[in-house]
Write a protein that binds this ligand. Structure first.
Ligand code: NDP
Length: 603
């Protein structure tokens, strides 16, 4: 379907660029990230409450564990699993949520599903023997996989849920981390891991009057099924049948939730500031017989490597995964391959990339025209920016939802909602009265690490992480920070930086950390720390790369580009291994398996 329509119309690049810039300029706001409200500690803090798991009182914990991990999402689970495999039995995972799952604990909104193929997105499939039910699994299945990992590796035994770290400090005398929490705990750990994730602090837009609304409201990551009816498996939200509901925001979350709301609500207003690009989804069940055929030993690692090889800079000839992401990179590569070899200069390659992007976005805009019957609505649903300026979305029912007579797009022409009143919301001077407002307004990204984590790490000699990173992040492999012995950061930046499949970064990290901890325990070392020289050399190597390839100066604002504001000099450190993710994973495998752990000092 997406090949048809305007995709075949000649592309006027200059006109498109002018349109992209005009749409960007409409949306630029001088306040950048400050347009959003911080909820913690504010009068809006009730938006953070956990609607899913009852809070259980418990006595404070005051013991010692070998490894404490902050965050019970994929990062903590895969690191914990590898540590247990390496013989560390007392791994304690701490999370503010009521169970494991991280993102998938909180995001239970109807329609939530992964956007990267389950076969590579869901961690430890081979180890747990789980066969994903669909090409893109829905949230309940992913949450269950998290719990399965927790059970299989005994990670529940020491876990602390509904617990927030308030202080994490290195005690040189004991060669241990002292961990304090909001539940009165004060325990020590020989090693700590940090996997707090990039998108876990919900934010609300700073719309004037937001606290005045007298109806019901919640954030998508705290879905109130008690109010809506239905369940995370997609059962009809029958309690909305006589309700007028507004969903504010049209990012990846809203794209997945809107079709369910459209089916359920008496009236649905989808309030849009910037349209998402919504490409074909083509989800399908996974055939058990086919799966049996491919699930031979080592299958998931092969798939992970193949997916990554199909991404930036990769050269894979076969695409095992064939999802929206590998399709995107395949197209770019094909366009570049059309250049005669002698013309493959960086400038020509960037131009070829740009051409493939114009074509893709024209296809996606054509799709809105083909699917949405009302011409004016279709026009407003068209995304005017390059595909990687914002999170690309893939869905086969989102655009269709606007053909439902109860579903109304309220486009704000890039300006956002003007005000919230006691009865509803105001756009372009018109008040829309509603019973319920659902905020699909995303999560904090550009704010300080310490604000998002809820604590500042205190390393050797009282050094704060915020001081160590004041001028930008500095690590070895994105994992080790000088001045913070026995601490491991589990996240993609300064490592593979593979954004299209974050779990792959985490599983490789988990493996590496387990190998380091096992080596430290074997050698009887009390401390492991990256040397200053090794860290400096790594950062220097990173800065030799081309930098961030996401977006361009013409991008419409969003969290991918710090809301269109200059991110400052520190942002140039937010990069990955210059030779690309596949090369990084190969390098890391060699580094880990040599047993020398070059750059780390064991004491
Ligand atoms: P986003 O930050 O992507 O979207 C927030 C939305 O709120 C945007 O449409 C934004 O508009 C809108 N908004 C903000 N302020 C206002 C305002 N004042 N008035 C009206 N609208 C406003 O959050 P999401 O939760 O959708 O997604 C966050 C990320 O989570 C995704 O980018 C993705 O990485 C991940 N995710 C992944 C999924 C998956 O893998 N399947 C599914 C869902 C999310 P504007 O664009 O103009 O800023």
């Amino acid at each position: 379907m997406s090949e048809a329509g305007t995709a075949k119309r000649p592309i006027d690049k200059q006109a498109l660029l002018a349109k992209y810039r005009a749409e960007r300029d409409k949306r630029l706001r001088p306040e950048g990230n400050a347009q959003y409200l911080e909820l913690k500690g504010s009068h809006l803090a009730h938006y953070l409450e956990d609607p899913y798991t009852p809070f259980i009182e418990r006595a404070p914990v005051t013991d010692h564990v070998t490894f404490a991990f902050v965050g019970g999402g994929f990062a903590g689970l895969v690191t914990g699993a590898r540590l247990v495999e390496a013989g560390v039995r007392d791994v304690r995972i701490i999370d503010k949520a009521g169970d494991f799952g991280g993102t998938w604990y909180w995001n239970r909104y109807p329609g939530a599903q992964c956007d990267t193929a389950s076969m590579v997105y869901m961690p430890l499939l081979e180890e747990t023997g789980h066969r994903p039910s669909e090409k893109y699994a829905h949230a309940p299945e992913i949450l269950e996989q998290c719990r399965r990992i927790g059970r299989q590796y005994g990670l529940y035994d020491h876990a602390l849920f509904h617990t927030e770290i308030t202080d994490l400090a290195w005690d040189q005398g004991r060669s241990a981390w002292v961990i304090r929490t909001n539940r009165g705990d004060e325990f020590t750990a020989s090693f700590v891991g940090l996997g707090t994730g990039p998108l876990h602090v919900p934010k609300l837009p700073g719309i004037p009057g937001i606290e005045r609304f007298q109806g019901h409201s919640f954030h998508t990551s705290r879905w109130d099924y008690g109010y809506t009816g239905g369940d995370p498996n997609g059962a009809l939200m029958e309690k909305l049948a006589d309700k007028k509901v507004a969903i504010i925001g049209t990012g990846a979350t809203s794209v997945q939730a809107v079709p369910h709301l459209a089916r359920a609500c008496g009236t649905l207003y989808v309030v849009q500031r910037t349209p998402s690009s919504v490409d074909v989804r083509a989800n399908q069940p996974i055939d058990p017989e086919w799966f049996e055929g491919i699930a031979t030993p080592g299958w998931q690692q092969r798939w992970l490597e193949n997916f990554t090889e199909n991404q930036a800079g990769g050269t894979a000839e076969v695409d095992l995964v064939q999802d929206g992401w590998t399709d995107l990179s395949r197209r770019i590569r094909a366009k570049i391959a059309q250049l005669p070899p002698e013309q493959r200069t960086p400038m020509n390659m960037l131009a070829a990339y740009e051409d493939s992007d114009f074509e893709k976005m024209e296809e996606i805009r054509a799709r809105a025209e083909q699917v949405v019957k009302d011409k004016e609505t279709a026009e407003k649903l068209k995304a005017w920016y390059r595909q990687l300026c914002k999170r690309p979305c893939f869905h086969d029912e989102y655009l269709e939802a606007f053909n439902n007579p109860n579903t109304h797009l309220v486009d704000t022409d890039g300006q956002g909602v003007e005000a919230i009143t006691e009865k509803g919301f105001v756009v372009a001077g018109r008040e829309y009265e509603v019973d319920c407002i659902i905020y699909a307004s995303g999560f904090e990204v550009g704010t300080e690490y310490r604000r998002r984590a809820g604590f500042d790490l205190t390393g050797r000699d009282g050094l704060k992480l915020s001081q160590a990173w004041a001028e930008g992040m500095r690590t070895l492999h994105g994992v080790h920070v000088h001045g913070f012995p026995n601490a491991f950061f589990v996240q993609p930046t300064q490592g593979a930086n593979l954004i299209s499949n974050v779990p792959h970064n985490l599983t490789e990290s988990g493996r590496t950390i387990a190998a380091i901890v096992a080596a430290a325990l074997e050698r009887g070392a009390r401390e492991v720390e990256v040397t200053q020289e090794a860290q400096d050399a790594w950062v220097e190597l990173l800065l030799k790369g081309v930098g961030r390839m996401l977006g361009s100066a013409d991008c419409t604002p969003g969290y991918y580009n710090n809301e269109g504001q200059d991110p400052g000099p520190a942002a140039r450190y937010n990069v990955g291994y210059p030779a690309g993710p596949s090369a990084f994973f190969r390098y890391l495998q060699g580094w880990r398996s040599s047993g020398a752990f070059e750059g780390l000092a064991f004491r």
